[in-house]
Design a protein. Structure first.
Length: 133
């Protein structure tokens, strides 16, 4: 969700600095709104997906340590929200030129939201299967 807010802030700040034709500005604004709405629709799934991945990794690697409390997927999502709130201001702002297609940028963000947790899950699962049994 914080990535969506960052994208909206970035587009609003950059639109004033580069000259586009009125038709290009209108199309860019429409494309940006569509992509932002799609990211908003995807964000609950992405939050649950990331929470589920962290929950599995926690159960595989942290829970076996004696004294570690059991947590749920909801707790993992909440931890993500808390950590995201604290590191939001420290993120590096990506300079996206206006010549970049908005939809290309959208699929890049989508890849980070969906595929990065999947990669962590895959490596965690392989490590757990190979070395923890």
């Amino acid at each position: 969700f914080s990535k969506i807010i960052h994208n909206i802030r970035y587009y609003l700040s950059v639109m004033d600095t580069i000259k586009l034709t009125p038709e290009q500005e209108q199309q860019r604004a429409i494309d940006s709104i569509i992509c932002s709405m799609l990211l908003l629709l995807i964000s609950p799934f992405s939050a649950y997906w990331s929470g589920w991945v962290v929950w599995n990794l926690y159960n595989w690697f942290v829970l076996p340590i004696s004294g570690a409390p059991a947590i749920s997927v909801g707790n993992c999502i909440g931890c993500f929200l808390i950590v995201g709130m604290f590191v939001f201001g420290y993120r590096k702002v990506e300079a996206v030129p206006l010549s970049t297609n908005v939809y290309k940028y959208f699929f890049g963000v989508l890849g980070k939201l969906i595929f990065m947790p999947g990669i962590f899950y895959l490596f965690g699962m392989l490590y757990h299967r190979l070395f923890m049994h």
